[in-house]
Design a protein around this ligand. Structure first.
Ligand SMILES: [Fe+2]
Length: 222
């Protein structure tokens, strides 16, 4: 049997608390400068390949998705892009007892061409450390604020609270409700690197013309 509290006995108790944010998800958003020729050569190689090879069906809805062998047909521009991607992955990686620069990095690369209306469903890239995407051509955005076609990331944390009460949000350390999906605007020449397990997709291309991007899986062998 518990002892009933004396009225007012707890009134002087106060709590001090500090909020912390744990387990951040690192994403690197880079932009090539002086990369116009490289980007133009990528576009040329990708369009030529599209004319010669069938599309794979992956996360893409509409549009053309190459096989993951772009380093075999993408020429020196694709090799240079892979080099940039590995350098960014090294910059974002730590290995206990090993220098990230000394490891045997490998890149699988493929291309996407998205006509108006095409999109990529939410997905992850299992089995590798990092995923990256390079934007070759954004097409022509529509007039208005909503350009469409943005890369988006989903909150990878436990989804059940959202399923039970969709309007619930945890407050972040900035005091603001945390989002469960984050759109990430990009432009031609941008390279975005993110953990391969982070679910992501591409909203429908709402503008005109073709959008071209290059995706990469980046991993360490052995
Ligand atoms: Fe992807």
């Amino acid at each position: 049997m518990t002892t009933p509290a004396t009225p007012g006995a707890f009134d002087a108790i106060r709590m001090q608390a500090a909020q912390i944010g744990l387990f951040e998800t690192p994403i690197l958003h880079g932009r090539l400068t002086g990369g116009e020729t490289l980007t133009a050569q990528l576009a040329q190689a990708i369009r030529a390949r599209r004319d010669a090879a069938d599309s794979l069906a992956r996360s893409n809805v509409g549009g053309w998705h190459s096989a993951t062998d772009m380093l075999d047909w993408g020429g020196p521009a694709a090799a240079k892009l892979a080099d940039f991607a590995v350098k960014t992955a090294i910059r974002m990686s730590h290995f206990d007892g090993r220098d990230a620069r000394s490891l045997n990095w490998e890149v699988k690369m493929w291309a996407n061409i998205s006509p108006p209306g095409a999109l990529n469903m939410s997905h992850a890239h299992p089995g590798v450390l990092w995923a990256a995407v390079y934007y070759v051509d954004m097409g022509t955005p529509p007039s208005g604020d909503d350009a469409g076609g943005e890369l988006f990331f989903e909150d990878p944390r436990f989804p059940v609270p959202l399923m039970r009460m969709p309007g619930f949000r945890m407050l972040g350390i900035d005091g603001q409700p945390q989002v469960n999906e984050r759109r990430w605007p990009t432009q031609a020449g941008d390279l975005v690197l993110f953990p391969a397990w982070l679910r992501h997709g591409v909203r429908p291309h709402a503008g005109a013309g073709e959008r071209i991007s290059v995706a990469m899986n980046i991993d360490v062998r052995g």
